[in-house]
Design a protein around this ligand. Structure first.
Ligand code: PLP
Length: 252
């Protein structure tokens, strides 16, 4: 739990704490139904809908993994916490959206995990730029983002591209692929979404044995489909709207 130099708005803190606790209860129940340990599932609280002060209510409530889909927004909230939290060190930042290569140097030092490696070019830049540099984490842990729905509007690698990226990264010191990320299609029914998550797990299993790698992390499941993702082995959930229910949305 994070403490701050000045108090956060009390009503927002209380509502976010309620949302966080009710989500945790639902995650634990879904884990139990899937015969899994609740502590094998980490919730990344996605703060993209709200301003930094509202976002800070999440770590104040105990959610210490935070995610943003745009690098600039991540920098801004990262900096806000550095300035206003008594000790921001326990917060772990996840980038869950596209990382432009010209934003890489500034972003990587803030990150716990990059969920969204979506091209060979990005993987190569990361492998080269982070290698040997005085950045926070070497190698940088990353996930490969796979287009599991097959929808054009969704970003991510095709399975064939992902295999190629995985193979290429084996020779880079700067990054280490530790798993896969995927998003169910906008128009997928709950059943389809679950089948898409199952497919992601199958590719993970196949590439683990093909390359002799350990790929323990599966980042899948959002506010609307996290229970299906837990049933299919998700280790990281990316949850936004559910955590900010009842709160006025003030994007920064
Ligand atoms: C916004 C976003 C989420 C969170 O979605 P909610 O439905 O609000 O929980 C998860 N993953 C990515 C990549 C996102 O951009």
């Amino acid at each position: 739990m994070l403490e701050f130099h000045a108090p956060l708005p009390a009503a927002t803190v209380a509502r976010v704490r309620d949302n966080w606790q009710s989500l945790q209860a639902d995650v634990a129940a879904a884990a139990q139904r899937a015969d899994r340990q609740p502590d094998s599932i980490r919730v990344v609280g996605v703060t993209k809908y709200v301003d930094p002060e509202t976002a800070a209510c999440l770590p104040a409530a105990g959610c210490l993994d935070l995610g943003e889909n745009r690098p600039q927004m991540l920098w801004e909230k990262h900096a806000w916490l550095q300035e206003h939290a008594i000790d921001a060190a326990p917060v772990r930042w996840h980038l869950i959206g596209h990382l432009q290569r010209n934003k890489l140097r500034r972003t990587v030092p803030c990150l716990e995990l990059l969920h969204s490696v979506d091209s060979l070019r990005l993987a190569t830049s990361l492998g080269e730029q982070t290698a040997g540099k005085a950045l926070r984490r070497i190698p940088l842990p990353v996930l490969l983002e796979i287009n599991i729905s097959g929808e054009d509007a969704k970003t991510g690698l095709t399975p064939q591209e992902a295999r190629d990226v995985l193979e290429a990264t084996l020779s880079y010191d700067g990054i280490q692929v530790i798993g896969l990320m995927g998003m169910a299609g906008f128009s997928s029914s709950p059943k389809q979404a679950q089948a898409e998550f199952a497919q992601l797990r199958c590719w993970r299993d196949a590439w683990q044995s093909e390359f002799g790698l350990s790929l323990p992390e599966l980042s899948m499941g959002m506010s609307g489909d996290f229970e299906a993702a837990i049933a299919e082995g998700a280790t990281l959930l990316r949850i936004g709207s559910r955590l900010f229910e009842g709160i006025e949305r003030r994007p920064a």
